[in-house]
Design a protein around this ligand. Structure first.
Ligand SMILES: [Zn+2]
Length: 76
């Protein structure tokens, strides 16, 4: 079974029904189900980065938010 979960395949905001291009990446983990250094990565547009961060913070999930342009480095 392949379960890469929510790994983004496009640079699109992870907020449901938002098709905007993500300009932030949120790396987070759920300590209850993710062991070791397993992480999920969400992308967020400017409008939803605070929503998604708040969603995770409300659950006490460790997370890191970084501008996508700095962390990706693969854009030209
Ligand atoms: Zn969005």
């Amino acid at each position: 079974m392949i379960s890469l979960g929510l790994e983004p395949t496009a640079e699109e905001c992870s907020r449901a029904q938002c098709r905007a291009a993500g300009s932030w990446r949120i790396d987070w983990r759920n300590p209850r189900i993710h062991t070791g250094d397993r992480r999920k990565t969400w992308l967020a547009c400017d409008e939803h980065v605070e929503f998604l961060r708040g969603f995770l913070e409300a659950r006490d999930f460790p997370l890191e938010v970084a501008p996508l342009s700095e962390s990706a480095g693969a854009r030209s």
